[in-house]
Design a protein around this ligand. Structure first.
Ligand SMILES: *[C@@H]1O[C@H](CO)[C@@H](O)[C@H](O)[C@H]1NC(C)=O
Ligand SMILES: *[C@@H]1O[C@H](CO)[C@@H](O)[C@H](O)[C@H]1NC(C)=O
Ligand SMILES: *[C@@H]1O[C@H](CO)[C@@H](O)[C@H](O)[C@H]1NC(C)=O
Length: 389
C-alpha cells in the first residue's frame, strides 16, 4: 500500500509512533503479509513526489488526481474477502452472454471469452510496436470496467507482484488452490517444456515444472476454456473445430505453475529493467527479453509462471484469469518507469509513432489515440484515472 503510505504519512506516523520500517506495515488489511517492500515498491514510493510535482504542472482536464484515482492493489494485499469478490466477479463474467460478433467468434461463449477473442484477433494491434504497452493498458482497463459495470465488482483490477511468489509460486496464496487463490496448479503431465525462440541452450526452453494438466482446485477448477488453442505448449489439446481458432472447443483450464520462469521475475530484474533503460524502446525490448544476454525478461517470466493452456498460448493467454494481474504488473512497471522523469517519459512511445496513431480494439473499447493511453491520470479522454498502490 505504497501510495497511502505517502499521502497518509503524517497520520500513520502519529498512529504508529514509530520509525519508517513500522510505517510500512501499519496497515491492517495485509492478510498473508506483511510483505516487506521490495526494491521496486521502494522505487515507486520514492517516485511519487516527483510525479505529484508533474501533475501539479499538468493537471488533468478530467480532474483526476493522485488522491481521487482508483487504487489498483497487489493481489496479496487484498483481504481474503476482496480476493473472493474478485474471483466471483470473474466467474460472473464467464456466465454473461457474449457480445462478440457471433459469426466471427462462434466459440466466444461468454463475456470473459470476448476478451480472449479480442486478444486473439487483435494480436498485432495489441503487440506491434508501439502498441504493446498502451494497448494492453486499455485492454486491462476495459476488463476491469466489465467486472465493475457488468458483474457488480466494487474493487479494482489487482496486479501481481511476481517477486512475492517467485521463490515458491505453487505454494503462494495466488496459486495454492484454496478458495481465496486464483486456482491451483495443473495436474502432472509429461512434456518437454516451452521453447523460447532465439535463445541459446539451455535458455532455449523453459523446463516443465511438474504441472501442465487440468486445474482441479480453487475458484477456477471447473472453468471451461473455449477458443483456440493457437500455440500448443502442453500435451493433449484438442484442435479447434475452425481453422481460424475461433470455434467452440471446450476443455479444462491447464497450468504448469513454473518456478523456472518465476526465477527471472524477482524484484531485482524489474528494478534493473526500470532503472537501466532510459529509452522507452530499450525498456520495451528488455521487458520482452534479450536472447543475447540469456535474459527471458519479466514479461515471459510472468506468462510462463502461469503456463499451460491457454496461459502459455501467446494468442489465447488472457483465457487464464491470472493474465490480467500479470499484465497489471507490467502496466505498473511502465508507470514507475514513466515516473522517473515524467516531463519526458509521459509523452514517449517506442518507435515514436505519429500523433495521429490510434489503438482500435474493436468491440472491446472505443478507439483511442495511442499517446492518450500514456496517461493513467486523465488519459483516454479522461476515462483513465488509476494508480498502483
Ligand atoms: C474540473 O474541475 C473544474 C473546477 O472545479 C470544473 O469547472 C470542471 O467542470 C471539472 N471538469 C470535469 C470534467 O469534471
Ligand atoms: C466443480 O464441479 C464439481 C462437480 O460439479 C463440484 O462438486 C465442485 O464444487 C465445483 N468446484 C468449484 C470450485 O466450482
Ligand atoms: C537477480 O538476483 C538473482 C539472485 O541473486 C541473480 O541470479 C540475478 O542475476 C539477478 N538479476 C539481475 C538482473 O540483477
Amino acid at each position: 500500500m505504497i501510495f497511502t503510505a505517502l499521502i497518509l504519512l503524517s497520520a500513520i506516523v502519529v498512529a504508529a509512533g514509530a520509525g519508517p520500517a513500522e510505517k510500512k506495515f501499519s496497515l491492517n488489511w495485509r492478510t498473508d503479509g506483511p510483505y516487506p517492500l521490495d526494491s521496486v515498491d521502494e522505487l515507486q514510493e520514492a517516485s511519487l513526489s516527483n510525479f505529484a510535482a508533474y501533475l501539479a504542472k499538468h493537471p488533468s482536464a478530467s480532474n483526476c488526481t493522485l488522491e481521487n484515482a482508483a487504487r489498483r492493489m497487489e493481489w496479496h494485499d487484498f483481504t481474503l474477502a476482496q480476493r473472493q469478490e474478485y474471483t466471483k466477479a470473474v466467474l460472473r463474467l464467464q456466465s454473461k452472454a457474449p457480445i462478440a460478433p457471433k459469426k466471427q467468434f462462434p466459440g466466444s461463449m461468454n463475456r470473459f471469452d470476448d476478451f480472449v477473442a479480442t486478444h486473439e484477433s487483435q494480436v498485432s494491434e495489441l503487440h506491434s510496436t508501439p502498441h504493446l504497452l498502451p494497448a494492453h493498458r486499455l485492454y486491462i482497463w476495459a476488463y476491469e470496467k466489465a467486472l465493475r459495470d457488468e458483474c457488480g465488482y466494487t474493487g479494482y483490477q489487482p496486479y501481481w507482484n511476481w517477486d512475492r511468489t517467485a521463490a515458491d509460486p505453487i505454494n503462494s496464496p495466488l496459486f495454492n488452490g484454496d478458495e481465496y487463490s486464483m486456482g491451483g496448479n495443473g495436474l502432472p503431465v509429461k512434456y518437454a517444456g516451452v521453447p523460447t525462440d532465439g535463445f541459446a541452450k539451455p535458455y532455449d526452453i523453459i523446463p516443465s515444472a511438474g504441472g501442465g494438466g487440468c486445474v482441479t482446485k480453487g475458484p477456477f477448477a471447473n472453468m471451461t476454456v473455449s477458443l483456440g488453442p493457437f500455440d500448443k505448449t502442453v500435451p493433449n489439446l484438442p484442435n479447434n473445430p475452425r481453422s481460424d481458432g475461433y470455434g467452440h472447443n471446450p476443455r479444462c483450464l491447464k497450468r504448469d505453475v513454473n518456478k523456472y520462469a518465476a526465477a527471472v521475475t524477482t524484484a531485482n530484474y524489474s528494478y534493473a529493467l526500470i532503472t537501466q533503460n532510459p529509452s522507452i524502446d530499450d525498456f520495451q525490448n528488455v521487458l520482452l527479453g534479450t536472447p543475447a544476454k540469456n535474459d527471458w525478461g519479466v514479461h515471459i517470466g510472468g506468462h510462463y509462471t502461469i503456463g499451460g493452456d491457454p496461459g502459455g498460448d501467446f494468442y489465447s493467454s488472457p483465457g487464464d484469469p491470472v493474465f490480467y494481474a500479470h499484465h497489471g504488473m507490467i502496466d505498473r512497471l511502465w508507470w514507475i518507469w514513466q515516473m522517473q522523469d515524467p516531463e519526458k517519459r509521459m509523452s514517449v512511445l517506442p518507435s515514436n509513432p505519429p500523433a495521429t496513431d490510434t489503438v482500435d480494439l474493436g468491440f472491446a473499447a472505443k478507439v483511442a489515440k495511442t499517446y492518450d493511453l500514456n496517461n493513467n491520470i486523465g488519459g483516454y479522454d479522461g476515462q483513465f484515472c488509476f494508480i498502483y498502490v
